[in-house]
Design a protein around this ligand. Structure first.
Ligand code: FMN
Length: 207
């Protein structure tokens, strides 16, 4: 398919479409299901699909908060968070934790999820989630536009200091991505993709 007849737009002047296509194009995106504690010790849990891994050693992961939200405020105050893998069996409960609620509300309760003690950090893990990363804050970067203007979005980066993986996801020492049935955000008002074995293919890098 040649791209001679492209729909062209400059985002600063609007996309001219029914829905902004950005999130549907840059997708599916993995989900940062982030647990944190407020300075007062109230647990918080919320999904962030502006999320990814940025480094191997040490492992660094990060998510972007569009606007000031409880997760950002908590992590700024307490310097720790836990990432939890969102899977198909947990999808509806993950979604429930995205409700806009007051900081005093514990989204573990909203989602019917069990907080499990972490080992190295204070925020709890989601017990029902098959993979948890305990993280220490490394940086909070407020994003800027091309003109150097400050944007009300913050990128929260943390070092993964401890990892919990459900044993049945390890097949002869290899983590089986599809077996966990991870879900990813795929644009629209509520599209998701689920990774199953038939979605996988292998391609080795040239030397
Ligand atoms: C799948 C999913 C992905 C989301 N991704 C983001 C995101 O990347 N950034 C963001 O600011 N909000 C995102 N949201 C919305 C937040 O989860 C929502 O605003 C939530 O109330 C924030 O919780 P908190 O204030 O407890 O941190 C997402 C929601 C869902 C359901």
């Amino acid at each position: 398919m040649a791209n001679a007849d492209a729909h062209y737009y400059q985002p600063a002047h609007g996309h001219g479409l029914k829905h902004d296509p950005l999130n549907s194009i840059i997708g599916p995106r993995p989900i940062g299901w982030i647990a944190s504690l407020s300075a007062a010790g109230v647990p918080n849990l919320a999904p962030y699909s502006f999320f990814n891994a940025f480094n191997y050693r040490p492992p660094i992961i990060g998510f972007a908060s569009t606007g000031r939200k409880d997760s950002l405020n908590n992590i700024e105050a307490t310097k720790e968070f836990v990432w939890n893998l969102a899977t198909r069996p947990l999808a509806e409960r993950m979604n429930a934790t995205s409700a806009t609620v007051a900081p005093e509300v514990d989204e573990f309760v909203l989602g019917g999820l069990t907080p499990a003690a972490s080992r190295l950090v204070k925020p709890p893990r989601v017990l029902e989630s098959p993979v948890n990363f305990e993280c220490r804050l490394t940086q909070i970067l407020q994003l800027q536009g091309a003109a150097g203007d400050q944007i009300e979005t913050w990128l929260v980066l943390g070092e993964v200091v401890a990892v919990h993986i459900e044993r049945q996801l390890l097949v002869e020492g290899v983590y089986d991505t599809a077996a966990a049935r991870p879900i990813l955000r795929a644009g629209g008002l509520g599209y998701y993709a689920e990774i199953r074995p038939d979605a996988m293919f292998e391609m080795i890098r040239p030397r």
